[in-house]
Design a protein around this ligand. Structure first.
Ligand code: IFM
Length: 450
C-alpha cells in the first residue's frame, strides 16, 4: 500500500528564476548592459539567434507571476537581482529605479506569504566592469562587495535569506574555460583566476552582510551532480575523484575547509602563482555560512582515458535522458546530498534548483500535459526525501523554473523549456502545466506518495 513520504515541518517549497532569463526590459528605467546583452547580441552565440531583451517580460508582468506562485501554493521564491539594474556601470551611481523594482517585488511576495530568496549574482555582470577586466581583475572583489552592500541596505529589512553567487562553477567554467557562455573566453589560466576571484567576492559579500544584517542568513549555490566511476577499476575511481575535484571540491573546499584541493592546479597544468592567491585570501573565502544552496540536474559516469585522462562516458547511470541529453538518475540526487554532507558535515542545505526541460506544447484541450516532467519531479523529490531520512539536513526545495524562459546559449528552443508554467513567447500568455498542478499537491500535503 502506498504511503505519504512526509517532509519536515516548515519545509520550504519554492520555484526559481533569474533576472536575465525572465525580466526582459533590458534597456528600461536606466538598466545598464551586461555581458549577456553583448553575448546574446553577437551573431552565432545563441542557438536560435535570440536574446533576453524581452524574455518573459517579467519586469512588467511580475504581479501576474506572483499570482501564479500563489495559485501554485509555493511559500518561497528564488530570484536574482540584476547588478546592472542597480549600478548601470557596475559601480558608482545607483539607479534608484532598479532598486524600486526589487523593493516592489519583495513587498509583493511578502504580502502573499511567499519568502524571498534573492541571489546577488546570476551571471549578468555589468558590461562596464567586464571591460575593466571583470572577474579576471582582482578589484572585482570590492566592486561586488560594494554592490552587495547597496542591495543589503535597500532590502535587508525584508529579506532574511541571501545567496551570493549562482553556480560559481558554471559561470566560471562555461564562461572562461569552455567559452560557450558569456563572456565567451577559452583560457584555462584565466578560468582558474576567475574561480579565485568569484570565491573571494562571495566571502567579501558575506563579510559585509554580516556587519549590516546580523540576523540574516548567507549561503552560496554551486551546481552539483553525482559522479560515479564507470567501473570498479582503480583508474576509473581516480578519474571520478578527479571529476569531483574539478567540478565541486575546487569551489567548496576553500569555502568550507579554507584550502584548495591538493594538487588541483597541477592537475589543471597551471602554475599556482598565476592564480594570484594572496596571504589571507583563504581565510576570507572560508567565512562561515548559514546554509549551502545546491542546484542539481543530472549524474555522470566517468572513466580514465587511454592516457589516464578524465573522460565522461556516453552511457548514463540512469535509463533515460531529457530533451537536452542530460542523464535522468534520481538516486544520484540522494547520493550527491549524502556525499556533500559526509565531506563537509551536516549543514543546512537548500536545493535551489532542480527540474528538467521538455518541448511542451498547449494541447487542443488548452492544457499543457507534461508527464515527463511530472515523472522526473516525482522521482527526484522521493530521492530527496530519502536523503532527509538518511540524515541530510535539507530545509527547502525550489523547482527550476517557475516559467519557461531564456535558456542561455539554447535561447528559447522548445527543448529547453524548464517551466512549471508554459510561456507563449509571442503573446506572453502563461499556462500552468500539469507538472505545476502536481507540485501544488505535494506542497499541499508537505509530502509525496511513495
Ligand atoms: O537555466 C539554468 C540556470 O540559469 C542555472 N542552472 C541551470 C539552469 C538550467 O540549465
Amino acid at each position: 500500500m502506498s504511503k505519504l513520504l512526509q517532509f519536515p515541518k516548515g519545509f520550504v517549497w519554492g520555484t526559481a528564476t533569474s533576472a536575465y532569463q525572465i525580466e526582459g526590459a533590458w534597456n528600461k528605467d536606466g538598466r545598464g548592459e551586461s555581458i549577456w546583452d553583448r553575448f546574446s547580441h553577437t551573431p552565432g552565440r545563441i542557438a536560435d539567434g535570440s536574446n533576453g531583451d524581452t524574455a518573459c517580460d517579467h519586469y512588467h508582468r511580475w504581479p501576474e507571476d506572483l499570482a501564479i506562485m500563489q495559485e501554485l501554493g509555493t511559500n518561497a521564491y528564488r530570484f536574482s537581482i540584476a547588478w546592472p539594474r542597480i549600478l548601470p556601470e557596475g559601480r558608482g551611481s545607483i539607479n534608484e529605479k532598479g532598486l524600486d523594482f526589487y523593493k516592489q517585488l519583495v513587498d509583493g511576495l511578502l504580502e502573499k506569504g511567499i519568502e524571498p530568496f534573492p541571489t546577488l549574482y546570476h551571471w549578468d555582470l555589468p558590461l562596464a566592469l567586464h571591460d575593466a577586466g571583470g572577474w579576471v581583475n582582482r578589484r572585482i572583489v570590492d566592486w561586488f562587495g560594494d554592490y552587495a552592500e547597496i542591495v543589503f541596505k535597500a532590502l535587508g529589512d525584508r529579506v532574511t535569506s541571501w545567496s551570493t553567487i549562482n553556480e560559481p562553477n558554471m559561470c566560471t567554467f562555461l564562461g572562461y574555460d569552455l567559452g560557450i557562455h558569456a563572456p565567451g573566453v577559452r583560457d584555462r589560466a584565466t578560468f582558474v583566476r576567475t574561480v579565485h576571484h568569484v570565491l573571494l567576492a562571495h566571502g567579501e559579500a558575506v563579510r559585509r552582510g554580516r556587519m549590516l544584517l546580523p540576523k540574516a542568513r548567507f549561503g552560496i549555490v554551486p551546481a552539483i551532480g553525482a559522479i560515479y566511476p564507470a567501473t570498479e577499476s582503480q583508474a576509473d575511481q581516480d578519474a571520478a575523484e578527479q571529476a569531483w575535484a574539478f567540478t565541486t571540491w575546487l569551489y567548496l573546499d576553500p569555502i568550507f575547509r579554507g584550502q584548495y584541493p591538493k594538487g588541483i592546479f597541477e592537475a589543471f597544468q597551471i602554475q599556482e602563482e598565476t592564480v594570484g592567491i594572496l596571504k589571507g585570501d583563504l581565510e576570507r573565502i572560508n567565512i562561515p555560512l548559514d546554509f549551502l544552496g545546491v542546484t542539481h540536474y543530472y549524474s555522470d559516469y566517468v572513466k580514465a582515458g587511454i592516457e589516464g585522462e578524465l573522460e565522461y562516458t556516453d552511457e548514463s547511470p540512469g535509463s533515460s535522458k531529457n530533451a537536452l541529453g542530460w542523464n535522468i538518475y534520481p538516486d544520484g540526487f540522494r547520493d550527491m546530498l549524502l556525499t556533500i554532507t559526509k565531506r563537509y558535515g551536516r549543514l543546512p542545505i537548500y536545493v535551489m534548483e532542480n527540474g528538467t526541460p521538455h518541448p511542451d506544447e498547449i494541447s487542443s484541450d488548452g492544457f499543457v500535459h507534461d508527464p515527463e516532467r511530472t515523472a522526473y519531479l516525482r522521482e527526484y523529490i522521493r530521492s530527496m526525501q530519502r536523503a532527509i531520512m538518511d540524515g541530510v539536513d535539507v530545509r527547502g526545495y525550489f523547482i527550476w523554473s517557475l516559467l519557461d524562459n531564456f535558456e542561455w546559449s539554447e535561447g528559447y528552443r522548445d527543448k529547453a523549456r524548464f517551466g512549471l508554467v508554459h510561456v507563449d513567447f509571442a503573446t506572453q500568455k502563461r499556462t500552468i502545466k500539469d507538472s505545476g498542478r502536481f507540485y501544488s499537491e505535494i506542497i499541499g500535503q508537505n509530502g509525496i506518495m511513495d
